[in-house]
Design a binder for this molecule. Structure first.
Ligand code: MG
Length: 331
């Protein structure tokens, strides 16, 4: 048997679009490493992310509903997996590098705070905090006992540019940027209906007519449109009509679910909790884990690093430990 990685590289040469990112042409890692015999550099990055503690913690981080008791609500972990699946399908349709899209998708939200965007907003009062920038910090610095994952340039670029200003430098990164939106708009509709925040009849007719009534139909319609309109082009985008509809469906979700709905009723408490933890740790830097204190960054950065790595569950545990008086036990 020859080298499995070499065979994979050959398949990429033959099968992928000339516009795709090929593993053999990667700009490489910050610290050069010998190649794996079996896996390409992007396949290796998928494994590094999946085996990290930060990835496992996504299961206890909020997507939209805080600490949901129902088993079927999305968490940051299931959101990430849905983004990875949608990304791979679009990449396959466009003959782009599926492994690269999967690695970017699995890593894109690693920097999310506890309690979703409410937690991010709370930290933003103290220092500029953006979860995409923090995701890059997780993979570059914080994971693997503060040694970082040493991922490839293309995966790091896609993680950093999955939102905010700037466009990803690869088409695979653009695929993840769009797949993130497709995933959350659709699964948040599903969860909002499950939680009684929306009724299926509330979704305006124009969206149902364009995308279908059910979760799978909606995703399939969007993915099919993006794949058809981006084939052979140097930009991944939906058709004009579908792009406008996705934009207004997203606005519908902001107006009816993401802001001010009953799903958000507890968010004020989550913001206060994060603020209290920040105030405590900025005055008690010596109580931060030794690894973070050893990073040599500003105190604000250390506290943000520590709080942003927490799950919803752990933030509540820490708050309880630090601020809620304990009863006197039986002696
Ligand atoms: Mg996301």
């Amino acid at each position: 048997m020859g080298c499995p990685r070499e065979s994979r590289i050959e398949i990429e040469r033959q099968m992928l679009s000339p516009l795709a990112s090929r593993a053999e042409l990667s700009k490489g890692r910050i610290k050069p490493e010998p190649e794996c015999v079996i896996r390409t550099c992007y396949q290796r990055d998928i494994d590094r992310i999946t085996h990290s503690k930060t990835f496992r913690r996504l299961k206890h981080k909020t997507q939209v509903f805080l600490q949901p008791e129902g088993d079927h609500y999305r968490t940051r972990l299931t959101h990430t997996l849905e983004v990875a699946r949608i990304s791979r399908t679009i990449a396959r349709g466009l003959k782009l590098n599926e492994d690269l899209t999967e690695a970017i998708a699995l890593g894109h939200d690693l920097g999310h705070t506890p309690f979703g965007h409410a937690g991010e907003g709370a930290l933003n009062k103290y220092t500029k905090f953006e979860h995409n920038v923090q995701s890059l910090r997780v993979v570059d610095v914080l994971e693997y006992d503060y040694k970082g994952m040493n991922l490839t340039h293309e995966v790091r670029d896609g993680i950093l540019h999955h939102r905010g200003v700037g466009t990803p430098g690869t088409l695979e990164g653009q695929v993840v940027q769009l797949s993130d939106k497709i995933a959350y708009i659709n699964h948040d509709i599903d969860d909002a209906i499950r939680g009684g925040v929306l009724n299926i009849e509330d979704i305006p007719k124009e969206f149902v007519e364009a995308f279908g009534k059910h979760h799978g139909q909606r995703i399939n319609s969007m993915v099919t449109d993006i794949t058809a309109s981006s084939d052979g082009k140097d930009k991944v985008a939906p058709s004009k009509a579908v792009g406008a509809l996705i934009k207004s469906l997203r606005k519908f979700m902001f107006d009816n679910v993401y802001f001010g709905s009953t799903a958000k009723a507890e968010e004020g408490k989550a913001v206060d909790m994060i603020a209290a933890l920040y105030e405590y740790y900025i005055k008690n830097i010596d109580k931060l884990p030794q690894g973070i204190r050893g990073l040599g960054c500003s105190e604000e950065q250390m506290v943000c690093d520590y709080i942003s790595t927490m799950t919803d569950k752990y933030a509540i545990y820490e708050y309880d430990r630090l601020f809620v008086p304990k009863g006197w036990g039986i002696r």
